[in-house]
Design a protein around this ligand. Structure first.
Ligand SMILES: Cc1cc2nc3c(=O)[nH]c(=O)nc-3n(C[C@H](O)[C@H](O)[C@H](O)COP(=O)(O)OP(=O)(O)OC[C@H]3O[C@@H](n4cnc5c(N)ncnc54)[C@H](O)[C@@H]3O)c2cc1C
Length: 386
């Protein structure tokens, strides 16, 4: 049945950003397509919800590549300490792990969701927003439950990653229809698919390798998948993958002399694997041409190949097909068109855009939820004080 409802403030999306916003701006009516709010929140941090990172604002902002300046005012106004304090005021205690990640003390994302839901204003669930337009001085929001109208509209619809949780990129269409530019969305914080994948190494993890993707360098743990590689270091690099990227991996910084110095009568694969603390299975997959040879039988050319593959394995790589399971979306509403202190649109009066719907992506470690909360806080503060 078609019904019309007016609210001074309407927020589309009850994910991390929309819920946080709702706890600070009770008069807002939140429209959520799913039958429950916060579906993505429940799967964050492996179900434990790494909701921020214990760093001062100036250091937090370093973890948003290309967006440090844009995120900085919001993080200074409402950074990790403020987010933890806000949750404490909602009866949710948190803990900090050795590497600075902040989780609820229970390590249960349900508790974060419960704290937010309990403090929220009105949320209409099962309400799919289909279109949005501006008429005179207000917004008209068309949904499968009929029309709603508002003076102020918040787009908190998330990105395009992990669409099964409800973030199917609808907010991009809404922002476009209100005059905004959308930077093409791409998966980020995800695995990399390798053209020269090593399926026989699936499941192998290494503690520390050096990685370079199109000039962007990092180091850290890596995990082999059937079709490529994953792990935190790979995921942080994945945002840079384009259609013709190449990933280079330095497993061990080894030269031909080091290989030549190994015990001559040992099988080359086993000798290299044990000397370099690498799994036999990996060395065999990297060096199929020498599996039957001993160190003494290696030619000069073999040694060159061995050193090159261990020091500088390279393969074309991509993130195609990764949106379904990507942690975050790179791309979204162009940040130049949004005020970084209030997240108000510079193009459409009364519109605010918060969270992952914007072209902001942070690294692994709680930075994406931090931005969702900090941007929600900034928008709520501006709207409530108006
Ligand atoms: C597996 C996984 C693990 C993650 N772990 C972490 C972590 O530990 N730490 C961290 O910081 N970040 C993590 N993230 C990223 C983080 O969850 C997101 O960045 C964050 O949820 C973004 O918040 P948001 O509110 O902008 O969007 P979302 O949380 O995606 O919420 C958007 C909401 O809008 C609703 N919506 C969309 N379109 C419509 C429509 N047309 N009508 C009505 N409602 C609509 C959706 O149903 C959804 O509820 C993880 C992500 C994934 C996928």
């Amino acid at each position: 049945m078609l019904r019309s409802r007016h609210s001074r403030v309407i927020c589309i999306g009850a994910g991390a950003a929309g819920l946080y916003f709702s706890t600070l701006c009770h008069e807002a009516l939140v429209l959520e397509r799913n039958d429950r709010p916060g579906r993505k929140l429940l799967i964050t941090g492996g179900g434990g919800c790494n909701f921020t990172h214990d760093l001062p604002p100036s250091e937090l902002s370093l973890h948003y590549p290309d967006r440090r300046t844009f995120v900085s005012p919001a993080l200074h106004a409402h950074g990790a300490d403020a987010i933890r304090a806000r949750f404490r005021s909602l009866s949710l205690e948190s803990i900090v792990t050795e590497d600075g990640k902040v989780f609820p003390r229970s390590r249960d994302a349900h508790d974060v969701l419960y704290a937010l839901e309990k403090a929220s204003g009105t949320i209409v669930t099962g309400c799919h927003v289909e279109e949005v337009h501006r008429k005179d001085d207000h917004f008209v929001i068309g949904t499968d439950m009929g029309l709603f109208t508002s003076d102020t509209l918040i787009i908190a619809t998330g990105g395009l990653s992990y669409p099964a949780t409800g973030s199917t990129g609808d907010g991009f269409a809404f922002a476009r229809s209100l005059g905004h530019t959308v930077v093409p969305p791409r998966p980020a914080l995800c695995r990399l698919e390798l053209e020269s994948a090593l399926p026989e190494c699936e499941g192998i993890s290494l503690d520390e390798v050096r990685l370079v993707l199109d000039g962007h360098k990092t180091r850290g743990p890596i995990l082999f998948t059937r079709t490529g590689v994953s792990g935190p270091a790979v995921m942080n690099l994945s945002r840079y993958a384009t259609g013709d990227s190449v990933l280079r991996i330095c497993f061990r910084d080894v030269d031909e002399a080091a290989i030549r110095s190994l015990e001559a009568r040992r099988k080359a694969v086993n000798a290299m694997a044990s000397a370099l603390s690498l799994p036999d299975r990996l060395v065999r997959a990297l060096l199929p041409s020498v599996v039957d040879k001993t160190i003494a039988q290696l030619t000069k050319e073999d040694m060159k190949t061995c050193a090159r593959m261990l020091r500088d394995f390279s393969s074309p790589c991509s993130t195609s097909g990764c949106m379904k399971t990507a942690t975050v979306t790179r791309g979204g509403v162009c940040v130049d068109e949004v005020d970084r202190r209030t997240f108000a649109s510079r193009l459409c009066p009364g519109l605010n855009i918060i969270g992952e719907a914007l072209d902001v992506d942070g690294e692994c470690g709680g930075y994406n939820l931090t931005f969702a909360f900090a941007s929600a806080y900034a928008a709520a503060k501006a709207i409530v004080s108006r």
